[in-house]
Each structure stands twice: as C-alpha cells, then as structure tokens.
Design a binder for this molecule. Structure first.
Ligand code: ADP
Ligand code: MG
Length: 493
C-alpha cells in the first residue's frame, strides 16, 4: 500500500501537557465561535445545551494535486446532475427498477409525475437550484499513485458547509497561536498548507444568487428543517451569511409546520409561509421517509413543488441523487449522453469506482457472482441518505439471503470498496475527550448550480468550498452527528 505522507512524521508528537493545552484551546475556540452542535437529546432535553462539534486536533493530510483535481471537477459534476434532473424519461426508466422495492424513492417520483401532470409539463418555476456535495475517498494500491474515488454525490441537504469553514479557521487559529509545538511534523503546518475554506459563504452565495434571480427583494428563503435538528448551527451559518452578504432573511420550519402555515396563492402561484413571500425553499429535511410524518407533510412538499418558489432541490433533482442513478452513470454510453465532451467525461469517469446493479441484467449476474466469491471487496447500499444504512463485506451474503425475496435485491447497488491509505494518524476530540488512532478522511466538494430546467441553460455554476470528515480507520461509516466521525480541515501536502 503506498503512503501519502512519504515517511514524514505527522501529526507532530506532543507532550501530555501540550495536548491538554491544545484541547482546551480547541474547545474554547469552538464554543466561542460557533463550531457547535446541539448536545445529544437524551442527555440534555433542554434545547439550549450545545457542545463543540467532534473535531480532529490537527488538520489531516490530503495531497494537494488530488484536492485541486476534486475542486476542478465540481462544475462538471454540477452540470451533469442538472442534466440528469432535467431528463424525466431517463429517471422514469430508473424508477421502474425501484418500483415495488423502494417505496420512498417511488413515492418521490410519483409526486414528481403528479406535479408534472398538473402543470402539463411546464413548471411554474423554470429555475432550479442545486447545492450539491461530491464526496471522495483516497484510493491507494500497492502499485499506483493515490487517486480520488467518488463515494457519492448528494443533491439534497448536503450538510456541514457552515461548520466546515469554522473548522479550518479553528485549526488556523491553533497554528497561529503556536500551539502545535515545534517537534518533528510541525513544520508541515503552515499558512499556505492550511487553506481558508469558503464553504459557508459559498453555499450562502448559492442561495443568494437564486434569491436575486427570483426577483422579489422582500421575499425570504425558507429553510425546511428537521424538528430538534442537532446540526442546526451548521445551517445557521448559512442564514447569517445570507443576511450579511445578500440582505436576505431566512425562516426555519419543519415539514409539519409548512403543512400547517404554508400556502400557495392560487392566482400568482407565490408560496407564502406565515404570510411571508418565499423566494427559495432550501431543504435540510425531507431526504428520509421519517421526515414525512403525516400525509399533510407530503402534501406540503407537493404544494411547494407546484409553487413559483425556487426549490433546492426540486423532486427531480432530489431523485437524481439516488445511488441507483450513480450506478447507472458508471456506464460509459449512458454517461456520454449527458457528457458528450470526451475530455470532461474522462475526467469525471476517472473518479468512479465500479458499481453494479443487483437486477437480472448481465451486470446483475456478475454482481451475484462477486458476492459469492469475494464479498470482502464490496459494500452494499440501499437508496437511502444520512448514514448508517450500508452493509459491508462478509455481511452482504447473509443480509441479502435474509430479505423476503430476491426481487427486493434490485433496491440495492453493489459498490467496490475504496481503499484509503492506512498510515495516517490523528487525534479526535469528542466531548472534550481525546482519542488517538489511525484515521480515514473523506473529502466533500460543495457546488452550486442554478439552471433553467425548461431551456437547460445554466445560469450560475461554481465550486463552493469543501468538507473534510475524519473517522477512525476501524469504523465503517463516517457520520459526525451519528457518533462515528469528526469534522476536520485539510493539510495540503
Ligand atoms: P450515505 O448516503 O449514508 O452518506 P454513503 O454512500 O456516503 O451513504 O456511505 C456512507 C459511508 O460509508 C461513507 O461516508 C464512507 O465512509 C463509507 N463508504 C461508502 N461507500 C464506500 C466505498 N465504496 N468504499 C469505502 N467506504 C465507503
Ligand atoms: Mg455520504
């Protein structure tokens, strides 16, 4: 396995006292400057309690060349997923595969078709907004140089852009305060190798340009959120920058609240929440079936979709983020339909891992063979978001056998495991406690795209900063709120 550190000592060795000082400084900076998350509800039922977000003590190394590569790809991924979202016929074919095996995705698509029928194929609002995040792991083999492989592309509720900027600022503060010491490895920590991360302002800009394009200065951005959201402060940073940089006010509401207090004006098709005109609906909820607690919450999503408000994302864009879509796009011929330019397509494809369907096709048969012969090389994924849903390695065969019948297999995709370097160490500070070990970091690149879904014209398209999440190497998932991972920042090497 090739290394990315080339033998350098990292992170720098610290004395117990230095580690303790660094930890206190990190915690206090986080609590002072909003690098926080609500305390777990069980321990602190009162909403006021918040704790610093789980954070690495040092920034984790990431090769600069691969970091730049990922950033440079983002506008092409934005465009690809905008095109996929606009291709109703293509997505309808995909939903047929999921019919009867994944009720949630099927229901989303049914709702999309219902809206399409009501509007007779001419959406009330032609503009669509995407705030995406494309996630990558480093892939290493014994022979080749490390490369990046895409884990998934999120088209709804891509989180941590707010806190991610703070994490870079926090690590930069610790470095400037000379708290990383002067031992071997500390020389890697410099202003130039620890970039400022523009993700919070970048995502706010995405919402701001959509608001401008809507063209009603007094209108608000509606943040549709989960009740009791622990990660609310991450979202708050976008609200604050939206106000600071664009003078736009945002209001937060759950789907249930939208169901109760939201309405569409039948003549103008304007969406109003508690009598306030909504220019942009930004979903930080609605990506999991658990968010739809009543039929009225589905109805609320439908009303917003039918309205003149710009949706981030539309139902079609939400659906385009399905893992099944990611699997289908691995096929060069299908990808070529959306990305005709050979060079751009080659660049996107170079980041794809192998992903197979579990249907009756030839590829599906190949997947079944692979599950029998080498499950240890694969991860099985359902059409779900939010972490904790995947099945890994040797557990795959038993998991599939336990499903009621084989037709349900079609709801899953089989993805080759990416092999990140295993020689990187870091310390993770969670609830003030220090844990040390080998870590794996996942890089997410944020992208904003505003396009006309009727003419397919792209109005705005830009990369909007990044997220580095780091987990211990022995944990399979990287969810931060779920207790598996931590926020990090990049040390470019
Ligand atoms: P979710 O929608 O739940 O975030 P992901 O596809 O991002 O689903 O998978 C969750 C986590 O599982 C990732 O953050 C990563 O840590 C791990 N993972 C997913 N796919 C792979 C893969 N192909 N190789 C290695 N790890 C993976
Ligand atoms: Mg993910």
């Amino acid at each position: 396995m090739s290394t990315i550190l080339n033998g350098a000592t990292y992170p720098p060795t610290l004395t117990e006292e230095e580690t303790a000082n660094l930890t206190v400084a990190l915690r206090d900076w986080s609590l002072s400057l909003g690098l926080v998350i609500r305390a777990p509800a069980a321990a602190h039922p009162e909403d006021e309690a918040s704790v610093h977000v789980p954070l690495t003590l040092h920034p984790s190394p990431f090769p600069k060349k691969l970091f730049d590569q990922a950033r440079n790809l983002q506008t092409a991924f934005n465009e690809l997923y905008a095109k996929v979202a606009d291709d109703s016929k293509f997505l309808t074919e995909i939903t047929k595969e999921l019919a009867g095996v994944d009720d949630f995705m099927s229901d989303l698509w049914k709702l999309h078709l219902e809206v399409e029928e009501i509007t007779q194929g001419v959406p009330t609002q032609a503009l669509s907004l995407g705030l995406f995040r494309s996630d990558y792991l480093l892939h290493t083999t014994s022979t080749a140089e490390p490369s990046i492989r895409q884990v998934e592309l999120n088209t709804i509720s891509a989180s941590f852009g707010g806190l991610s900027s703070r994490a870079a600022d926090c690590h930069r503060f610790l470095q400037k305060s000379a708290l990383y010491g002067s031992g071997p490895g500390s020389e890697l920590l410099k202003d130039e190798t620890m970039p400022v991360n523009p993700s919070a302002r970048g995502l706010a800009k995405g919402l701001g340009v959509a608001h401008n394009a809507y063209g009603a200065s007094e209108a608000i951005v509606l943040f549709v959120v989960q009740p009791g959201e622990r990660n609310a402060f991450d979202q708050r940073w976008l609200e604050y920058y939206l106000l600071e940089d664009f003078g736009v006010v945002s209001v937060r509401a759950s789907l249930e609240e939208v169901a109760e207090f939201g309405e569409m004006d039948p003549a103008s098709k304007e969406f109003r929440y508690k009598d306030r005109h909504v220019a942009v609906v930004y979903y930080r909820a609605g990506y999991t079936p658990a968010d739809y607690t009543t039929p009225a919450t589905w109805e609320a999503r439908k009303t917003m979709e039918l309205s003149k408000a710009i949706k981030c994302p539309t139902l079609a864009t939400h659906f385009a983020g399905a893992k099944k879509v990611q699997q289908v796009l691995v096929d060069e011929l299908i990808l070529a339909k959306f990305v005709p330019d050979n060079e751009v397509r080659g660049k996107l494809k170079s980041t794809f891992a192998d992903i197979l369907p579990l249907d009756d096709s030839e590829l599906g048969k190949k997947a079944r063979k692979l599950i029998e012969t080498c499950p240890e090389k694969y991860v099985l994924k359902p059409q779900r978001e939010g972490g904790g849903n995947n099945v890994y390695r040797d557990k795959i065969p038993g998991f599939l056998k336990d499903l009621k019948d084989e037709t349900l297999w079609r709801g899953y995709i089989l993805m080759e495991l990416i092999e990140p370097p295993l020689d990187v160490r870091n310390l993770i500070i969670r609830a003030g406690k220090v844990n040390d070990g080998h870590v794996i970091s996942e890089l997410g690149i944020f992208g904003c795209v505003l396009w006309d879904s009727t003419t397919h014209e792209i109005k705005q398209n830009f990369e909007a900063g990044w997220l580095l999440r780091t987990k211990f190497a022995d944990s399979e998932e990287g969810g931060v709120a779920a207790g598996f991972g931590s926020i990090d920042s990049v040390l470019l090497i």
